[in-house]
Design a protein around this ligand. Sequence first.
Ligand code: ASP
Length: 301
Amino acid sequence: MAKNLLSIKDLTKEEILDLIKFSNNFIDDEGNFRKENLFPEKIVANVFCEPSTRTKSSFAIAAGNLGCSVVDFNIDNSSVQKGESIFETVDALNLMGVDLCVLRHPKSVIRELAESLPKMVFINAGEGAISHPTQALLDIKTIIDHKNSLDGLKIVIVGDLDHSRVTSSFVEGISNFDVDSLIFSGHPEMCSKYQNPEIGKYEPDFEKALQDADVVMTLRIQYERFEKDLDLDLETYKNSYQLSTSKLGCAKADAIIMHPGPVNYVEITEAVYDSENSVIRQQIANGVAIRMAVLSRFLSS
Ligand code: ASP
């Protein structure tokens, strides 16, 4: 296994499946996370330079469950506000004895950091619009929990795909498996990177895309990543691309509905979020188990 988890491409199919299997050990029969004092001597720093709820908290909880000490780095109260660079910041944490840095940053700085600080382990917790490998792992785990395997499935991803690091890492991750079909759908201006994809195909008609789908992954509009003001009529957008109960009727009856959060209820209705098909809340819980597995493996290697 590589020393750092910078991209899901750092993992082989076997390593992806091993991490998912290993993560199952951290959840007991009642669905509670096991607390194992496996790494009492290790220090994990949670360095988030973009907002986060699920990823940041689940890494902190996962590290705590494994007995690590956790440094909760808060950029707003840090010397970054006094002009210090991310390199000096992480180097300072390294000099203080931090063993593993969980990093979310709007820019692609993680590779350079990992090269300049070889003693520290780096886990990518979100790199701009580029990648989010642990999200892909928990998404794949959630699909396997419900469908046993990814092989033969029809998977639809809808929403603001151009700005979605969730989509890019997920696509890289599932390229290891024999999914039957992968369909990208959404407003053409939010799917420009996916018009002629290397794998899968683009279908602008969302209802057509949903025909016989086994898995539907919905994504919010990431307003914060648009370079210019988005001139969008929300009602027209919802008519075409919001996953509603009636649109869900086009998918298979046992289709699972996913969303990485946060949910804005533009891309999905509350009724679908609350429906029996929705596994969105399970994705959140799987985030802790996957991050316990990732931290354990990368702290031991
Ligand atoms: N939470 C996910 C991310 O960090 C998705 C989102 O923000 O819409 O990329």
